[in-house]
Design a protein around this ligand. Sequence first.
Ligand code: GUN
Ligand code: FE
Length: 448
Amino acid sequence: MYFIVMEVASQNFALKGDIAYSKTQTRLETFENSYLVCEKGKSAGVFPRLPEAFAGFPLIDYTGRLILPGLTDLHMHAPQFSFRSLGMDLELLSWLEKHAFPEEAKYRDAEYARLAYGLLTEHLKRSPNTRFCIFATIHVPATVILMDLLEESGLVSMVGKVNMDRNSPDILREADAETSAAATREWLTALADRNYKNTYPILTPRFIPSCSDDLMAALARIQKHCAAAHSPRALPLQSHLSENQREIAWVRELCPEAGCYGDAYARHDLFGAEIPTIMAHCVWSGEEELRLMRSRGVYIAHCPQSNLNISSGIAPVRRFLDMGIPTGLGSDVAGGVHTSIFRAMTDAIGVSKLRQCLVAKDEAPITFEEAFWMGTLGGGSFFGKAGLPGNAGATGSFDPGYEFDALVIDDADLAAPFSLSVEERLRRTVYLSDDRHIVAKYVRGNLI
Ligand code: GUN
Ligand code: FE
């Protein structure tokens, strides 16, 4: 009991400093020398002077430092962290075969998983990201080890045990649909008595080429069962979509009846609507697929660095945003090598400029404001009504009611010989800072 009281009390405080966040998808708001209040783990807003109602809250003085929302990595592969930066010489399908699958097979060994996931978790604690949607591997014990470590870290994550029952090497393939579904049920049962506060399961069929129709049907049954037992949003889903042209041609052969790649998920009821869904990449999604995503509220995880490294192409992010498709940013480690979503923001801006030059003259590049929004509220909203039971949970904004994920940045060594506004300092931080500039990181009102 004493513990609980302490916890709630420590989630009531105010921070003083120079504050910036996205008010909308296209507009930043900045506040010099102001107060950001956290009440019971949620933002109570930003104020020029501390309101009387919060006068009794402990005040942490970060005068002269920047205070920003925490960042969301909407798509990464935990087992691939170990080989990031190695093997960047191939396109997606050969890269999976030569690099990703052999490394992921090692997580059959729980001790290897503990070592590798320990390194990952320590790294993520120091990063500017506070929320994560993560692919683990097909292995139940290793996935639970990863979830235990993430829970201990205080970070907030959705983690998926991966499903794969076809077109994968023997060392990384479940015997058949029922074996894969049974392992998924076993994993969900193992989580039931763990009472995590910050770690959630997410269904993770790897992509259509590695999941048979029978497996997709079995996963849809598991999702519906969970929805009936808990809430329609109890078990969200993540996968890959339209990343690479050879992959898309393969899906067309595997599912000739599907109108588009996205329809291959939709036919199994595993594509948004009632199920909060993230699809990574969508580099080659056409009009039909994008409309399907919009109508079903499917989130896109745009992963610009991965799209460069494994030669996937340049995603039409201007189209995503103009159509109103919910979009966040992903590292896609190890397709991407950098975990920081600051880096994903600058890559998103850069590749969108190349797209306009080389591919689509009528698609305006992504602005800084839009990139910052995607990396904060764009992805952070998946943890809200789209991602979890009830309407609570979203982060990425300091408007009242959002969960309190915040970074305090000491940007003194990013100074210029002329004076910089708070917005210019934010831009500098996004382009130039690294983990050493982070002096404090709060997740759900807790100091990490
Ligand atoms: N598609 C299926 N699996 C993967 C993966 O591990 N990484 C990427 N980038 N795409 C995939
Ligand atoms: Fe991926």
